[in-house]
Design a protein. Structure first.
Length: 75
């Protein structure tokens, strides 16, 4: 069976699946994307992404206006 046919069959099968299966497949997709991105960008990108997400969750962020003011005042 060629790849194009497998993809079509998989899409057709997905139409009848419940949310749990779709969520599991989406997690696999996200994991694969992160893996590929990390391989292209270097080993510690994954840890930087996790740290960035943690900073956002903890509120350690600055608004665009705050960043612009910071750089404007440095001149």
């Amino acid at each position: 069976m060629d790849l194009a046919l497998k993809k079509i069959e998989l899409i057709d099968w997905l139409k009848d699946q419940d949310q749990n299966i779709i969520d599991q497949i989406d997690e696999i997709r996200k994991s694969e994307l992160l893996k590929r991105y990390s391989e292209r960008m270097g080993q510690d990108v994954g840890s930087k992404l996790k740290r960035s997400n943690l900073d956002i969750i903890q509120g350690h962020t600055k608004s665009q206006k705050e960043v612009e003011a910071l750089f404007k005042n440095r001149k």
